[in-house]
Design a protein around this ligand. Structure first.
Ligand SMILES: [Zn+2]
Length: 252
């Protein structure tokens, strides 16, 4: 079963590459079919198999020999890996389906935020709808409404953080996408772990932020990849984090 889920991950990852690279430019995700960005060579089916074709073609276009970005097989492998981890951790359960949605968000936000500095509303809305539907099916309406409330709490928390950040640094600190993503985080993590998710994302981003300021690039730091990575890690370890927080507040 693990192998099948890995393969589904590869195929969906390949689809996420197309969505993540085309949708921000308002290009159709259906037409034209996959092609080389340099010479427009249309890919035959055997040149378009996730990961395998990349290895087979030695990472180059068959027609013009232009290098194919490692991001394509990289994102396919990442999706497959996160899907497999989800299955190994949770089996077929409520947590598994939520985890698949979060893994998909990780990949899509990695692509769009690192390349275009945006998190697509379409991606967040699709993620939000899927999470809500899965919660209603597995937890019932009442619990789903409560989790929407948790979403709102974390949303407001991050929104206030953004206002403080904008005031302190006199420039945009967090994007709208980061705040909307945090609503989904609150939904699936609840409030204590949801607050931890924000702290943990800052912790993950810190070395990169230092690196950027040392290199003195005036490039903005896309925070989305760190937030969504933190979200996935916190969801997979939420029990441990909850115990940790309880122990922490018992002592102090
Ligand atoms: Zn080419």
């Amino acid at each position: 079963m693990g192998v099948l889920i890995f393969i589904i991950g590869l195929i969906l990852g390949s689809f996420y590459n197309v969505v993540g690279l085309r949708l921000p430019n308002k290009n159709s995700i259906i037409k034209p079919g996959s092609h080389c960005l340099k010479c427009n060579h249309k890919l035959a089916w055997w040149e378009n198999i996730p990961v395998i074709s990349y290895i087979f073609l030695k990472g180059r276009c068959k027609s013009c020999k232009e290098k194919i970005s490692f991001m394509y097989p990289g994102m396919e492998l990442l999706t497959a890996l996160l899907f497999t981890i989800s299955y190994k951790l949770f089996g077929f359960s409520y947590e598994f389906y939520i985890s698949l949605v979060l893994a998909s968000l990780v990949v899509l936000i990695f692509i769009t935020d690192s390349k275009y500095m945006i998190i697509l509303d379409e991606v967040l809305i699709a993620g939000g709808v899927l999470i809500t539907v899965i919660e209603i099916i597995y937890q019932g309406i009442d619990k789903t409404l409560i989790s929407l409330g948790y979403g709102l709490v974390i949303f407001i928390f991050v929104y206030v953080l953004m206002l403080i950040g904008n005031f302190l640094f006199k420039k945009e600190s967090l994007g709208g996408g980061d705040i909307k993503l945090s609503f989904l985080a609150g939904m699936v993590l609840g409030v204590p772990v949801g607050l931890f998710y924000v702290m943990f994302a800052s912790f993950l981003a810190f070395p990169y932020a230092v690196y950027i300021s040392i290199k003195n690039e005036d490039g903005m730091l896309p925070f989305g990849p760190f937030l969504v990575t933190s979200l996935f890690i916190c969801f997979c370890n939420s029990n441990m984090i909850l115990e940790f927080l309880q122990a922490l507040f018992k002592v102090t």
